[in-house]
Design a protein around this ligand. Structure first.
Ligand code: XMP
Length: 310
């Protein structure tokens, strides 16, 4: 594929869609939204307002880290604190699709509805990619960023239009575009991270306490595995508990599943054959987290598993 041609085409498409108005977009720090952000700023300059929405579901140090990375390449990003909105919307929900739905509604109706009214933007630019669309349409899961493909008319429901410049690309193509747009390698080559963030890494109800556990486990796994060439690695907090021993006493503790996969585009995946010593180090650090007494390594390929647990 001619990725330079793709960039020119999409820059033109964004310019035409936005005209002399304003657009907004949300940057999560993941590969897709990072590439979209640079593409949008190339097309619109400061007529694209980029927000980092703090959903309370982000990784350790992520809000400040992402804002700084983009400040370094002269793309201003505004932090928007929506932690209470998301935690409130997720309270009491255990069903994976209901959790995804609550996140979608909070994002598009609550947060973006407010930002669109405040900024006067008419267009929301979205980093949806082809795999998100295909899996949603196939009924595998509702990717939180899919709207029109699910029969949701954003203009009618939320009051703004959505434009999806990356919708014909898969992850490998998005990385090529990011590279050509001059993003630092640590951004375009970053492991994928889902829009609903750590909510996809907690089986069952999302609470602040569980988020703190999975956030710590995520930092451990990412720190240990960043020197591998794996496609993606993650930690998941399971909803079951198991008996263990801590300080000579019985403890009914939490379990963390670690996943590390080889894949080209996330449509299929196999578990990475990690060195045993690395697994032992990860296990030891994870079971040092208070309340966690088991660490499991997930060997399941996709299919039958998906990459995330919800
Ligand atoms: P699954 O779990 O569907 O994940 O096998 C495939 C790839 O997509 C990422 N993923 C998402 N990305 N919004 C996103 O932007 C989502 O709702 C979402 N759900 C999963 C996942 O991390 C993996 O790379």
């Amino acid at each position: 594929m001619d990725y330079r041609g793709f960039i020119d085409e999409q820059v033109e498409r964004i310019k035409q869609a936005v005209g002399s108005g304003l657009a907004i977009n949300a940057l999560s720090g993941g590969v897709d939204s990072s590439v979209l952000t640079v593409l949008a700023h190339r097309a619109l300059g400061d007529r694209c307002r980029t927000y980092f929405i703090d959903t309370a579901l982000m990784r350790e140090g992520e809000p400040e880290g992402v804002v700084k990375t983009f400040a370094d390449i002269d793309v201003p990003v505004t932090l928007f604190d929506a932690r209470r909105d998301f935690l409130g919307a997720l309270r009491g929900l255990t069903d994976p699709e209901e959790k995804r739905c609550a996140i979608t509604e909070t994002f598009y109706k609550g947060v973006f509805g407010k930002l669109v009214r405040e900024t006067g933007a008419q267009i929301l630019l979205h980093g949806t990619i082809l795999t998100d669309i295909e899996e949603t349409v196939a009924g595998i899961k509702r990717q939180h960023n899919i709207l029109s493909q699910l029969g949701i008319d954003p203009e009618k429901e939320y009051g703004y239009k959505v434009v999806e410049p990356l919708a014909t690309l898969r992850k490998d193509g998005v990385r090529e575009v990011g590279k050509l747009l001059g993003l630092p390698e640590r951004v375009w080559n970053r492991i994928p991270f889902p829009g609903p963030a750590l909510a996809t890494r907690i089986v069952g109800e999302v609470t602040e306490e569980k988020l703190a556990i999975v956030r710590r486990a995520t930092a451990i796994v990412e720190g240990e595995l960043s020197d591998t060439k794996a496609f993606q690695y993650l930690a998941v907090l399971l909803s079951d508990r198991a008996t263990g021993i801590r300080d000579g006493k019985r403890e009914f503790g939490n379990m963390i599943a670690v996943r590390c996969i080889e894949s080209r585009d996330a449509r299929t995946a196999t578990a990475t054959r990690l060195p045993w010593e690395k697994l032992e180090r990860i296990c030891s650090a994870i079971t040092d987290i208070p309340g966690v007494n088991r660490c499991l390594y997930d060997l399941t390929p996709k299919p039958p598993a998906t990459v995330e647990y919800i």
